[in-house]
Design a protein around this ligand. Sequence first.
Ligand code: ZN
Ligand code: ZN
Length: 91
Amino acid sequence: MDACLICFSYVPLHRHHWPRTRRYGSATVPLCPVCHTKAHAADPQTIQALIERAPDYWRAQGTWEANRADYERFLDRRRYYEQCRTGGIGS
Ligand SMILES: [Zn+2]
Ligand SMILES: [Zn+2]
């Protein structure tokens, strides 16, 4: 049985579609209702935990190869926004 990817609780889990990409709906992670709400609110700690734990979860599910491109695209986009915020891009 899956546990919540963020807080590891064994309550009835939701399938959260993440990361959101143009192929929306392909990759999912198991989240409890509380963490699911946080994920939809883009809570920074929740997103960070997803980034750290989702690849291992997908590897265990055998879907890493299928989800890898979406995951890497998500990280690229996130890096780009962070550089914009800290003034790393442009002058
Ligand atoms: Zn949770
Ligand atoms: Zn969701």
